[in-house]
Design a protein around this ligand. Sequence first.
Ligand SMILES: [Zn+2]
Length: 101
Amino acid sequence: MFRFYTARARFDAWLVADRLKQAGIKAHVFNQHASSIVGDVPPDVAQPQVWLEREQDRERALVLLARLQEEAARSGTTRCAACGEDSPANFDLCWNCGASL
Ligand SMILES: [Zn+2]
C-alpha cells in the first residue's frame, strides 16, 4: 500500500478514489488519521489522501487522475449552503449531505 494522491478537499479525495475503483483499482481514502496508520507521516499532512493497494496500478491511476483533474479544472467548485463542503460545480446535489446546490 502506498500514498498515491493528497487531495485539497474531501470530495476531491472521494472522487479520485471512486474513479479508480470504477477502473478496478483498489483505492482507499484516509483523512487526518493517516498519521496513526503510517506512523512516519509529518504532522502537517492532515489533508485527505488516496492510497493504492497495488504498485502495478500506479501508471493507470495517474492517467485517470490527470483526466479527472482536467474535468475539475473546467468545472470549478460550488460550496454547499447546508453543510459548507465544496462540491464540483457540475454536481446537482452536495456529495456530502445531498442538499440541492
Ligand atoms: Zn452539503
